[in-house]
Structure formats: C-alpha cells, structure tokens
Design a protein around this ligand. Structure first.
Ligand code: MV4
Length: 506
C-alpha cells in the first residue's frame, strides 16, 4: 500500500479523499491556492502546500507545481479528484515520469475515451448500441451537410474532445447547420483546444442514466448498478439517485454488461462511468465514458455498501478487487442534492462570500459530503458547489422523506444557496413519481411562481443569520438558549408558511 498520497484538488472531493486516506492509514498531502488557505481540505490533510494564486491555471491546473509538491513531499501516489486535471492524460503521464502512481486509468485508456469518436469506435467493436451518427470527426461543414441528410434531423453536433455538453448544438433543419457548425467549433476550440466535431441523431427527452464500473490490474471488471441523472440544468446535474426508478433488473444487467464490455475493449482500469441515454421503450444508447470518480459517486456507495475511493486507491496499488460481480448487491435507495452557493432567483448566478453560519443536517440515513465550514469565504474563483447532501432509505419514498427532512434542517446564512429550490423540487408530485427526463427540470423551472418562491426573502435571511448568531452566543456562554431557539423556530415557521402559500397551481 502507498505511504503518502497527494490530493490534486480542492473542496468536498479533496475532503472525501483525505478521509479515505486517514481510514486506510495512508498520509495525505493537500495542495491549495492562496484563497483556500483556511479551507477544510487543508485542515483535514496531514500536510498542505500552497501552489499559487486563486487563478486555476496557476494553481490547481499547474501540472508542474503539483508534481513538484508530490515529489518534494515524498508522495508515492496522486488522486486527481474530479474536474481540474482529473481527465488530463498529461497529468497521468507526468506522474509516471516522476515515479508517482496516478490513481485512475492509464493515459492510453484516458486518450481512448477522451476522444468521443474513438470511444464510439470502441463501443462499436464491443457491440454496444449507440445513437446513430458518425464514428469519425467530420472534415468540414460540406461533409456535415451530406451526413446530416443521411442521418436525418433533428441532429446534434458534438465536440470530439468534449463531454458534459460543451461545444454541443442541436440542429433542427438544414438551415441551421452552418451557424451551429460555427458556434460549436469555436466553443469546442475555446474549451478544449480542439475544434473537431462529430454528429449524432438527437433524441428528445430521454433519461440520462450512467453505469459505475471498476476494473483492477488483474483483468477483473465489475459494474455497480446505475445512477439516474436526468434532473439537470445546463448539463449540470442537480439531483442524482440510485437505483433509477425505471431500471429493471434485466435492463440493469444489460446496461452493466455493455459498460463492462466497453471498458474491457478500452483496457480500462480503476473507477469509470459509462453514460447512456434511455428512451421510453427502455432502449439504451451509449454516449460517453467518464474517466474519473464522479461527483455523484456517493449514491452508488450507499446502495452497494462499497467505498469507491478506497477501492480506487487499492486498485492503483495493484490489489485485486476484493469481490466479484455476483457479490454486488443493491440495497435500498439513495438520493443526492448538489448544494450550491448560487441564486436561483437571479438566473442562478454564483453567490460567493462569507458563510456566517452553517448548520448541517444529521440523523438517520443522512450523509454530508461538504467542503465548507462556517466563517469561511466561498471564493468566486471556482465552481460554487458547497457540497452534497445525500440520503439513504430502505425505499425511494424513505430516501426522499429523509432528504426533505434534512433539507429543512439545513441552514446557511451569509450567502444565497439553492436549498429552497430543493425543498420545493422534492415535494413535486411528478418528481415523487419518478416521472423525470433530461428536459424535466427546465420545464419545471419555467412554471410560474417556482423561482419567485424558491429562496427566502432577504428579511428571512437576516432573521436566520441573527438566530444562528444568537444561538452561537448563547451556546458559547453556556446559557440556556431559549430565546435564540424561540426566535429561530419562529423564523423557520414563517419561512415554511411562505413556501406553502406560494405553491404553484397545477
Ligand atoms: C445527447 C442527447 C440527445 N441525443 N445526445 C448532454 C451532455 C453529454 N454528456 C451528452 N448529452 C446529451 N447527448 C443525443 N444524441 C441529450 C443529451 C442531454 C441533454 C441534451 C439537451 C438538454 C439537456 C440534456 C441533459 C442530459 C443529456
């Protein structure tokens, strides 16, 4: 086993990896930018090194600085988390040169799935069904026109180097092709430094369901069930759950076996995810492979009783998977909300700033993967996700009830969050029935009244902050906090009444 692991990330995922290291008796090394000096991931790691200014390019995206710390601190492995450099084969190669084990797939497998057209070719070799479309990058807009007529509208232009919806454009008819081509190529060039595009038939309103896979260095590959990720906004997932309300044991097995065939064809090791679209007939189509641990991995952990980060580390250290496919059992239901410092009432603009008070929910079936603490300032330089709130229950109904209960306990003051939105989303009859698809959240958000009522008013926020401050003061004095408690519960009741008053008419 490794002695010391460098965590090349920040926020809740850096915290998650540091915790796994601690449980395994492996030392952890954090890196941080100047604005993250007092952050939780720095506090929980055994050592921490500043690697530069807030600007990601000069800190969390600097392979040179990160490798220098790994070598200097005597790390024998590196965990990339997600985002930043996680799917950059250059980091994996730099690790190999520095004699540091990269905790993830080989650079070769990463290249193979990083190019979405190469991944489609691999999927075809593995006999995995895909959305009709091209297997090669398209040469130019003229070639695109011929292909478009062949495949039929509506179409989707996608970036070869893409993923996650960047550089993607829907084309409804031939008229829109030229413009979509220009927009998509320049967006792709901007985001990935690679303007190449390919094309797929556009499926309208499918579900987005992904399969977690794990492969060791001894040829063992398993699938760990699915995650339903259809509740998205602008290609950012908002709620994820496992299992999917629509996946039957037979479909799970078919999708799982397809994902494993694909991973085997790509020579894939460590944790990965195969994304699929599922239509209302239960037909599934391969989209892409994500070569990393994903944000939503906890829902899989809760229903499988596995620790994916510890397994990633064991696999990278050369250990065989300690179980086989037939040992994987799914138990109960898990659901995750991504809690963001953002303002749903103001076009979801990020809401960085100082967290005055923070009360995280606890209790039966609740897990918080959070990267923040009270008194800390959420920087404006990075993704404003504060953390994830995850609930487990013996049924979907119990998981939702626990999540709703926990959301009502969750209290943040000082910054705006999307908590109010979740409190309403998770009470929606359609959501409760599991009748969701990739366009569902956009439709829900455009219902009259939904956004206006989602957040507390500024007065309510002030009252909440005041209540929390009174509570802190009362508790630190050792006094009975009756006044604080009374004022806080009144604020809460008022907040709740307001929410009920403004339920949208359906
Ligand atoms: C699609 C699709 C429909 N048809 N491909 C979105 C992110 C990236 N992983 C792939 N994505 C999609 N690819 C075909 N051929 C639908 C999505 C998609 C989506 C599209 C528009 C609006 C919201 C969406 C949410 C999830 C997936």
């Amino acid at each position: 086993m490794f002695r010391k692991i460098l965590i090349a990330n920040r926020g809740e995922i850096a915290v998650r990896v540091a915790r796994a290291c601690r449980e395994m008796g492996v030392a952890s090394v954090a890196v941080y930018s100047e604005v993250d000096r007092s952050s939780l991931h720095v506090q929980l790691a055994d050592e921490a090194y500043c690697i530069g200014p807030a600007l990601s390019r000069e800190s969390y995206l600097s392979i040179e600085k990160i490798i220098a710390v790994a070598s200097g601190a005597g790390c024998d492995a590196l965990h990339p988390g997600y985002g930043f450099l996680a799917e950059n084969p250059a980091l994996s190669r730099a690790c190999a040169e520095a004699g540091v084990v990269f905790i993830g797939p080989s650079p070769h497998a990463m290249d193979l799935v990083g190019s979405k057209t190469a991944a489609r070719q691999t999927a075809r070799e593995a006999g995995v069904l895909m959305v009709p479309g091209t297997l090669e990058p398209i040469r130019d807009v003229l070639a695109a026109r011929d292909l478009a007529v062949e495949i039929g509208f509506p179409l989707l232009l996608k970036a070869v180097a893409g993923g996650g919806g960047k550089g993607m454009r829907v084309i409804e008819s031939e008229d829109g092709l030229e413009r979509a081509w220009r927009d998509a190529s320049s967006e792709a060039l901007n985001a990935f430094g690679d303007e190449r595009l390919y094309m797929e038939k556009f499926l309208t309103g499918p579900r987005h369901i992904e399969i977690q896979i794990l492969g060791d260095s001894h040829g063992n590959l398993v699938y760990l069930g699915e995650r339903e990720c259809s509740v998205q906004r602008r290609h950012q997932k908002v709620i994820e759950e496992a299992p999917s309300p629509v996946v039957t044991p037979a479909l799970r097995r078919a999708m799982g076996e397809a994902a494993v065939r694909l991973a085997r064809a790509a020579g894939y090791q460590n944790a990965g995810t195969a994304e699929f679209l599922v239509d209302d007939k239960g037909e599934f189509y391969f989209l892409e492979v994500n070569a990393r641990l994903q944000v939503e991995h906890p829902v899989t952990e809760l229903v499988t009783s596995l620790d994916l980060v510890k397994l990633q580390i064991r696999i990278a250290a050369g250990e065989p998977l300690p179980f086989r496919q037939e040992d994987v059992e799914l138990r109960g239901h898990a659901m995750e909300c991504r809690i963001y410092a953002e303002d749903p009432e103001n076009q979801f603009f990020p809401s960085p700033g100082k967290i005055h008070s923070l009360r995280l929910p606890e209790g039966p079936g609740i897990r918080n993967d959070s990267g923040v603490i009270a008194g800390w300032t959420v920087p404006s330089d990075y993704d404003p996700m504060l953390g994830k709130l995850i609930a487990w229950g013996s049924s979907r109904e119990e998981a939702v009830a626990r999540l709703v209960r926990a959301l009502d306990e969750y209290a943040v003051s000082g910054i705006r969050t999307n908590l109010g939105l979740f409190r309403r989303l998770l009470r929606d009859p359609e959501f409760l029935a599991g009748a969701i698809h990739t366009r569902w959240l956009d439709q829900w958000l455009s219902r009259p009244g939904v956004l206006a009522a989602a957040e507390r008013t500024p007065q309510e926020e002030t009252a909440g902050a005041l209540a929390a401050a009174l509570w802190d003061a009362a508790m630190s004095n050792g006094a009975a906090p009756t006044a604080a408690r009374r004022s806080e519960s009144r604020w809460k009741l008022e907040g709740r009444a307001e929410m009920i008053d403004r339920q949208p008419r359906r």
